[in-house]
Design a protein. Sequence first.
Length: 471
Amino acid sequence: MTTDRLYVHNALVLVTMDDARREIADGALLTEGPAVLAVGTTTELDAWIAAHPEHAPTRRIDARGCVVTPGLVNGHHHFYQTLTRSIGTGHGLALFDWLKMLYRVWAGLTPDALHDSSQVALAELLLSGATTVADHLYLYPNGCRLDDSIAAADALGVRLHATRGSMSLGESAGGLPPDSLVEREDAILAESQRLIEAWHDPEPLALRRIALAPCSPFSVSADLMRQSAALARSHRGVGLHTHLAETIDEDRFCLERFGLRPLDYAESLGWLGPDVWFAHMVHPSAEEVARLAATGAGVCHCPSSNMILASGIAPIRAMLDAGVRVGLGVDGSASNDGNHLLGEARQAMLLQRVGWPGFESRADRLSAREALALATRGGAALLGRDDIGQLTPGFAADLVAWRVDGLAHAGALGDPVAALLTCTPAPAWLTLIHGRVVVEDGQIPGLELPALIERHNGHARRLRQRAGLEG
Ligand SMILES: [Zn+2]
């Protein structure tokens, strides 16, 4: 069997995101199998290939007019929520009211709808530059399984961190979700164990990893948090993930129920450490930011969701300055309502610059390159990976070529790297994952998008009808 070697060359700029943050004009990159083999200028790599015929490319791709970056990493998502976009978000609802309204709609989720919505979310992510995606599935009605979304990612060739979410604290026990949507804790733990054994790959360049992800302080018990942590830590490379400190309402809930702030509560359960990443963390104190850094816990920033649900502005600048691992997520696309990952990096940059009471406006609080770093190196660190997020020999051959020779970037080529973030977000023109072409000429080869969208809209309509939102 021949090894694939793709030679992407003539790029206007190749942004390596390596430790020296090299940006190579007239850049080129050679893959070998799933990894990057060489990076340099097109002239350098042409000469290198001529001198090493045993590494001759099996395919050449001319990236003239493109900026090439590492593939983007999405650290937090709920694929299934593409089925309920724009419900409640148009008028505007805060997190707890929004959740209570949607739980009854999500209760109609089926395995087919879960699979198709996962493909829709992944297709939109792929076309916006994502190559590694963490998804958080925390409700399992009507026979749904995490395997349904894993199958969707497999079909599209996306690197997936599938997190086995859970809810066990129903309304009658003081939780937020209805009793009908929560699971028994012994069943959650047994299913978590099965998924780790069936799918988790701890090795370098893994395409699939599992993490355990009890949903939030207001939907699971303390005991399930403790037991999930123990189970994850009995396996190599199984991460821990949850929503934390998303809203002021959550601060209040934790103080009333546990007598602790959200981060103190997490710490009391053993949930602080380099294997943990929290979605949101909008409301940490300065001391809590320092504690996140000291313990190595990560934060996934989801700016659009935080704006739509009016959750607040996460102090990302302070976290970066303190050394917290910070990545980026689009969050579920019922609180966004999009899956555009480069667009999300732009939102992160814009939102950090805006002020609010006690937080002055500052145009230089987050630069375009820092926002791109959050979406690449930051995401890799967030997921505990040292093999993705940069274009360096030995790292995964996950990259995106973005065309900057069109209308949106006309006039911006003095700094085409910054332009990726400051101008209207571009679609991916070419994407490689694991050394394979998964987006070509702005399309996903082999995916019948119109048929998928029609099926997906059918599932979405049935969910709305079942919940009485539509006749
Ligand atoms: Zn979320």
